[in-house]
Design a protein. Sequence first.
Length: 302
Amino acid sequence: MLVVHFDNPPHHFLDEPMSVELDRLTRRLARDTSVGAVVFAGQGSAYPHLHVPDVLDAVRLAPRRVPYPVALAILRVGSVLTRSRLVDRVVRATPLRGVLLAPRLYATFRRMNRTDKVFVAAINGTAVAMGWVFALACDVRVAADGTYAIGLPESTVGVLAGAGGARRTLDAIGTSRALELLLEGRMLTPRQAADLGLVHHLVPRDDLEARAVSIAQRLATRGPRVIRELKRVAYQGPGAHRTTAAFRAEGAALLTTMTDRRAVRAITAFHRRLTAPAPTTAHALETAWLNTPDGPDSRSDR
């Protein structure tokens, strides 16, 4: 059993280098027969949030909004490139490095869903946008009880919740409830998320990591074969929507929304609000999402 702490001070952002580390870790885990379960624990008061400048560096390469069919082609190419660690390393040394961030994360999460390990998210605090997307990619979610925010508010800045966020939410709670939640960009308390079935275990904050480790140790005893096959049924079997094609379609939708000029302005405003003047905290993260100015109007994607 392995415990992984997100450690990228001062704010523990999930940035481009961390995405590379996660890619390497999941590749090694896929070959490691000594590990049956992994706990991903946060640091400070928030689960890792995506490093916004990495996103902006990528989308600003596009002179205008990327149409969906073109975005789909780009995702296909990116998916091929990330399969080769050598090509990935070469591209990371160029200004195009941000373009591979989304395909790399999709590949990492897909690997987590297909391997014979159980992945447990120990959610210690605010888990919005990429923090919550990462938690959704794990098999089991354990959250500290409290009043902090959980959810996918990306639509409030005109962006689709990608990297599997939208697709996994739709699968987890059904189209009707999930679509309304995603359209609103509504954030939930841990208890509300647990009531919807998005969080499996709600525990006192002081018990969080110990409970997550206990669950991981117990599930690791199920054996690699049954873990792999149960996950195959859950994530790839008949009726499952978490296929490569489904995630690629979601990724293309993410790219075409993120390259909309209004969305770029809104994301930029969000980043300014998040980083100045006070240091990033969980409260600042929630406030930035809730109060980002210059958001896109309701017709920005037409």
